[in-house]
Design a binder for this molecule. Structure first.
Ligand code: SF4
Length: 365
């Protein structure tokens, strides 16, 4: 992944962002055509596999336990439910499933073992699998990679300078570390931000500067417009103007020509024309399905209509990289082995005591 060498400083980026809009769109569209097929848009589905009850205090997020929002909390979904949802998303044109859990960080427990099995199962459906599970150690990244994870999402959200106005329960550096752990494990990185949280244009460009400073910028950069949810500290923020969204998408496209720019949260309040302008400005991916974790999103049918009007086609899975192989997970295999040994010991102990194992009852048809 490359950074456009024409831009070096935050001032360069601010100047670019403030270029007359049609000129900015023209430059972005030109670069977009050089590096991407402008008629292809990737459809990803975002599935909340564990909702609400998060101990963090991200000011925009209805899933933080400390805010009083209408989110229906649920514990981790079963592997079977996730597979069912993945099949449905695939049938509707999605080539990537992103599974999100409202966790501060991944913990090495049974829930994580289940997520590993979800990754294996969805990868075996020939879909790109992405996870967003909070902070992650390098060992956890290795396990996910081994299970067949294609991408890990971990947003920086905003500039380092504005970060403390949004979140106080963890540091910017923590986020950078998780991104590094994903990269070191060979997982594709998806990381972007949210506009409309009260930040300045300098902060928006500060976010892009954080990615410019990396050895390699993220393969995927989601641009979200804040969905101001009642009960969160940002409930009164004004909606983002479509022009700001187009400028942010176009600037990101120009600065990171090879990355996928994702038009993410906030699409329900954009017109078809507004979304078309974002595609023109270099967005090459959307999230599909009626929910984005917990906030509303256009339904599959509406997106199909939009794609038909604009003559867009959904991008195939693994167009930008090979499908990872799902290998057996050493920790889960060890646990299974121990459980089988324990079961055998118990059966032998029952036999010694002269007890019989419960017989299976076969009923006549
Ligand atoms: S954005 Fe993620 S980490 Fe922050 S409160 Fe929401 S679920 Fe928790």
């Amino acid at each position: 992944m490359k950074v456009n060498p024409a831009y070096k400083t935050k001032e360069d980026l601010v100047k670019l962002y403030n270029t007359p809009l049609l000129e900015l769109m023209y430059q972005a569209a030109t670069i977009h055509r050089e590096f991407h097929d402008p008629n292809e848009v990737q459809m990803s589905s975002l599935l909340s596999i564990k909702t609400g009850g998060c101990p963090e205090d991200c000011g925009y997020c209805p899933q933080a336990a400390r805010y009083h929002t209408d989110v229906d909390t649920h514990k981790l979904m079963s592997v079977e439910t996730v597979v069912e949802q993945a099949k449905n998303a695939k049938a509707n044109g999605s080539s990537r499933l992103c599974m999100g859990a409202a966790w501060r960080n991944i913990r090495d427990n049974r829930d994580f073992d289940n997520v590993i099995q979800m990754v294996q199962a969805v990868n075996n459906l020939d879909m790109e699998v992405c996870c967003t599970l909070g902070m992650m150690t390098d060992e956890q990244a290795e396990r996910l990679k081994n299970a067949g994870l294609y991408a890990y999402n971990h947003n920086l959200d905003t500039s380092e300078d504005y970060y403390d106005d949004v979140i106080s329960t963890r540091e910017y550096q923590d986020r950078l570390k998780t991104i590094d752990n994903a990269k070191n494990a060979g997982i594709s990185v998806c990381s972007g931000g949210i506009i409309g949280m009260g930040e300045s244009v300098e902060d928006r460009m500060g976010l892009l500067m954080s990615y410019m400073k990396m050895d390699t910028p993220p393969e995927s950069i989601p641009i979200n417009a804040l969905v101001a949810v009642e009960g969160t500290p940002m409930e009164d923020q004004k909606p983002v103007e479509i022009w700001e969204m187009v400028r942010m998408v176009a600037t990101t496209r120009i600065v990171f020509p090879e990355s996928v720019v994702r038009l993410s949260a906030g699409r329900t309040s954009m017109s078809k024309e507004g979304q078309a302008m974002c595609f023109m400005a270099g967005a090459s991916s959307i999230f599909a399905g009626d929910k984005l974790l917990t906030t509303p999103n256009p339904e599959f049918n509406e997106d199909k209509e939009l794609f038909d009007i604009l003559g867009l086609k959904p991008k195939a899975a693994f167009a930008d990289g090979d499908r990872p192989e799902s290998k057996p997970d050493a920790i889960i295999e060890e646990k299974k082995k121990k459980a089988a040994e324990r079961e055998k010991e118990l059966a032998e102990a029952r036999k010694e005591r002269g007890e019989f194992s419960p017989r299976k009852v076969v009923t006549a048809k």
